[in-house]
Design a binder for this molecule. Structure first.
Ligand code: GDP
Ligand code: GDP
Length: 436
């Protein structure tokens, strides 16, 4: 579980330039492998070994020329709700504007850590100009220039410094699978959860989130025990009435990061769209288990579209990670809800499974022997040993004499072979090739 940093600030202060700088190195690596559509305003970053998520809140209002103060205000409020740390960016060129003052006013009341970053400090002269930002009443600030990158190291140092402590969960604290129900507005998330809860609301017990303010709700249904990660999205639904994509993304991020398995609800009458893909990608990127529920199946004319055709279409959208259970449900008629839960429980088991090193070698070395990595520049690659790493999510390492010669297509081949032999349905897996 990593910390979530939200970058807030009025338009044109340089939020997206900074955001791109923060996620650049990692994104490049991921892009070359996956090449799928992604949310440009969410990414993973790392500094001094601390991994965290970054959300550029400004990115969600881009494209519209008139960004109203009210809109920014809502964004800041949501960031305050959903993020762990808020990075408030201002622009030394412009100085303090009324909108900055508005934002500062909101942030002064917040108990979460806030960092003030003064951007566009391209030279020593501007360093002096930055002093005026003390007037925002947010205390110390960090100056930087996101275009050149100068000062961004110090900015990240300061950011890491104010991260809330995230205690390692002890073994006893995490026995139950944690499911998050995610999806676009109106996909049927609340209906699904209500259908699970049924009349029997009092089976529900709230236990404070182990680390932060997310709340787990414990369920015992159909013989399954699990925690639903009840995020602001569900609990505080009434607070923000507008069903803007922005809000659903912010909420998804938080829910996904707290979950083991994400139950992605898709509206069958709308199909699998870009935003569904983004949420799916968020789950995959965070190495969470995924189950896709095609909801409102009661509304679909079965002679025009069979479940099989529908499933084929969705799998196409999920590429390259297609080994995912897809269940057709109706929260309204309660059709196949048990099956949906079973799928989520199974994915959680798949994600937890550990393959013994001897069994893994026995199978995979045979596979590799009959289809070795292609020789490169006349050199033969030899893989003599492999194992599953003792990590929280499934990761496999293959030791080779020339690891840099093992390219992505062969890694995908290895992944497919692992999936053929062991059940990792719904679970993203990582393959590493290392020098022996
Ligand atoms: P956003 O609307 O807050 O996301 O701002 P952008 O990242 O799109 O940047 C707005 C403008 O400010 C762009 O023209 C950037 O090139 C410029 N800008 C961003 N960072 C710096 C900086 O460090 N120095 C200078 N001089 N300009 C910058
Ligand atoms: P949320 O925004 O994802 O929480 O979606 P809701 O649970 O509020 O559902 C949005 C709308 O879709 C409501 O009017 C629900 O009654 C309706 N709905 C949800 N699930 C189903 C379903 O399986 N079948 C039908 N016909 N309608 C549904």
């Amino acid at each position: 579980m990593s910390n979530i940093v939200a970058i807030v600030g009025r338009p044109n202060v340089g939020k997206s330039t900074l955001f791109n700088r923060m996620i650049q190195r990692r994104e490049a690596i991921v892009d070359s492998v996956a090449g799928v559509t992604r949310d440009r305003n969410y990414g993973k970053s790392e500094w001094n070994g601390r991994e965290f998520s970054v959300i550029d809140t400004g990115g969600y209002v881009r494209g519209s020329d008139d960004v109203f103060e009210a809109e920014i205000r809502k964004q800041v409020e949501l960031a305050i709700d959903e993020a762990d740390v808020i990075l408030f960016v201002v622009d030394v060129e412009e100085g303090i504007t009324p909108m900055d003052e508005e934002v500062a006013k909101l942030l002064r009341k917040v108990t979460k850590p806030v960092l003030l970053g003064v951007n566009k400090v391209d030279n020593a002269m501007r360093e002096k100009d930055a002093v005026e930002f003390y007037n925002l009443g947010l205390g110390e600030y960090v100056t930087f220039a996101s275009t050149s990158g100068s000062g961004t190291g110090e900015l990240l140092d300061a950011l890491i410094d104010i991260f809330p402590e995230t205690p390692e969960p002890t073994q006893e604290e995490t026995p139950l699978p944690r499911f998050a129900v995610v999806g676009r507005p109106n996909a049927g998330k609340s209906s699904f959860i209500n259908a699970l809860i049924g009349q029997d609301r009092f089976v529900v017990t709230d236990i404070a989130g182990t680390t932060r303010d997310a709340i787990d709700t414990k369920f015992n249904r159909f013989g399954f025990e699990f925690n639903l990660v009840d995020t602001a999205g569900i609990r505080r639904k009434a607070k923000v009435k507008e069903d803007l994509e922005f809000y659903s993304v912010m909420r998804s991020v938080r829910a996904i990061e707290h979950a083991d398995v994400c139950i992605l609800m898709v509206d069958a009458t709308r199909g699998f769209e870009g935003q569904d893909q983004n949420i799916f990608w968020l789950a995959e990127k965070n190495r969470k288990g995924v189950v896709v529920l095609v909801n409102k199946w009661d509304l679909v004319e079965k002679d025009t579209m069979s479940a099989r055709d529908y499933e084929k279409k969705i799998r196409k959208e999920l590429e390259p990670f297609t080994d995912v259970p897809i269940v057709f449900v109706s929260a309204l008629t309660k059709q196949r809800l048990l099956k949906a839960l079973e799928a989520a429980v199974k994915v959680h088991e798949n994600r937890k499974q550990r393959i013994s090193t001897s069994k893994f070698n026995e199978h995979m070395l045979k596979v590799i022997e009959s289809y070795p990595p292609p020789a490169l520049k006349g050199k033969y690659v030899k893989i003599k040993y492999c194992m599953q790493l003792p990590t929280e999510t499934p990761q496999f390492v293959f030791f080779a004499n020339l690891p840099q010669y093992v390219k992505d297509p062969y890694k995908r081949f290895l992944e497919n072979k692992i999936r053929e032999n062991w059940d990792f349905e719904g679970v993203p897996i990582d393959i590493y090739i290392r020098e022996k």
